[in-house]
Design a protein around this ligand. Structure first.
Ligand code: GTP
Ligand code: MG
Length: 201
């Protein structure tokens, strides 16, 4: 069994000061609203409803932490973190302020953040918000997960991946690009291996 399967809901935070103390390594999932962050967490951890996903954008509103437990010693060894998506228009003003303030701070200053999974809808490619995000975070490893690969034909996937790779050349901290499909189970083990290596250094 993958160590990422032994995972539990730990806590939800609205603001950064209510997150658990900086400590054990954590890997977060970021990207546009509806891109598939919560779904990817469920697939990678082999759970149905660990993170809540939804057809409607804006499902995840809080910073949700899930703790990975090392079975032998029954000890938490790290966290996966599900974040609200960016680009969701229907947030209240306060939520917008909270999020626009929190996300940059979290990804730039959270010391225990050892890696960022940036999810990009393979049909859309890198959007301007994704581009802004990539320019913001230059000091942490970023893994690109190209989601909803099942919605494209083989040829479309090849083209989309090629364009994305070209656009990512300038970002030296992008370490991997993984095609992913929750429905067709593409890329789950590749993504899991990368995350495991980040958590267990
Ligand atoms: N076809 C297909 N649908 C997917 C895939 N991944 C996610 N979805 C669907 O996309 C929708 C959004 O998924 P979520 O996981 O809730 O997206 P999210 O990025 O967490 O969204 P927010 O919490 O709003 O930021 C749901 O209807 C999922 O079932 C995939 O790989 N293929
Ligand atoms: Mg979500």
């Amino acid at each position: 069994m993958s160590i990422l399967h032994n995972i539990y809901f730990h806590s939800s935070a609205k603001t950064l000061d209510t997150l658990p103390k900086d400590g054990l390594p954590e890997v977060c999932f970021v990207g546009r609203s509806n891109v598939g962050k919560s779904t990817a967490i469920n697939k990678i951890t082999n759970k149905k409803k660990l993170a809540f996903s939804s057809k409607t954008p804006g499902r995840t509103r809080l910073i949700n932490m899930f703790n990975i437990v090392e079975q032998k010693y029954d000890k938490t060894i790290g966290y996966l973190v599900d974040l609200p998506g960016y680009g969701y228009a229907n947030l209240s003003n306060q939520e917008k302020i909270d999020f626009e303030d929190n996300l940059p701070k979290y990804v730039q200053y959270r010391k225990s953040l050892v890696g960022i999974i940036l999810l990009i809808d393979m049909r859309r490619g890198i959007t301007s918000l994704d581009n802004d995000f990539l320019h913001l975070v230059t000091s942490k490893p970023i893994i690109i997960m190209l989601t909803k690969a099942d919605k494209l034909s083989y040829t479309e996937r090849v083209i989309s991946k090629k364009i994305t790779i070209e656009k990512l050349m300038e970002f030296k901290n992008v370490t991997n690009i993984v095609e992913f499909s929750a429905t067709k189970k593409i890329g789950i083990s590749d993504a899991s291996d990368i995350i495991k290596k980040l958590i267990i250094k």
